[in-house]
Design a protein around this ligand. Sequence first.
Ligand code: UDP
Ligand code: MG
Length: 310
Amino acid sequence: MTQFLSLIVPLYNEEDVIGAFAAAVLPVLDSVPGVVWEIIFVDDGSRDGTLSRLLDLAAAESRFRVVELSRNFGKEAAMTAGLEAAQGEALVLIDADLQDPPELIPSMVAAWREGADVVLGRRSDRSTDSAMKRASASLFYKFNRHISNIDIPKNVGDFRLMDRTVVEALKRLPERQRFMKGLFAWLGFKTVAIDYARTPRAAGKSKFSGFKLWNFALEGFTSFSTAPLKVWTYLGTLGAVVALLYAMFIMVRTLVFGNQVPGYASIFVAVTFFGSVQLISIGVLGEYIGRIYMETKQRPVYLVRKFHNF
Ligand code: UDP
Ligand code: MG
């Protein structure tokens, strides 16, 4: 009995690593007993030689398929494109930069055969990420756990194996803004994790810089929690109570001591402080309304320019 395994690799400007990736992954896949496999490379609108290198590879290896997107849609969309194009009974998401070691795939397949629906690659060691990236990631997971009902597993990226049933479930989630980590966690299913040490990129540069990561975190919070919307009710109530108490204090003081010249500083501070608080709360509303607006357009998550080798 053979099983069909699909590897899904999103790529954006990865011309420097494709060769190394293909060389590393081929022998691993061939070493897994009882599987036939395909690799779905999703070229996410690369501006360098990524696509032509992929097509060269695909010309020599019929099990390499290339989904060419019409432009850069981002990693989440690229992964979605790959998941929708893949035919396998089990699907593995993996980065092209060899930070997700292909050597883990045989153990993932073994765990899947033992009955797991999802096999996560969990980073036991993130020392290759910068201290800043680790600290902000840790903060993200903590905050997210508090404000949403889903529990995104810590130190787990997109590197994972999923059974076909899980992927079909994922496809039923209709949202356009696909925060995959959250969607995966929302799905549930029988999940096991395998630890691995995260190595530095084989070549090239990370595509996720400070501001992009911040927006990614915002996407996570807003996709799975409405707590940021609701907190203003409580802050507002608290502010009103404090203001009321202060008003009473002023009235009593005026009755007892007569009308004094009121403090300019306290009024100024109160006005600017509450003005800022209101702006922040409007900003939070904006984050959500902007996302509602984008969702209502019902635009496709990605567009394919061409399927190669399908
Ligand atoms: N990627 C992509 N589209 C993008 C950005 C990244 O397909 O817009 C791919 C990238 O080519 C790589 C994977 O997503 O295969 C992870 O990207 P990266 O290594 O830059 O992220 P990091 O490991 O630094 O979090
Ligand atoms: Mg990487």
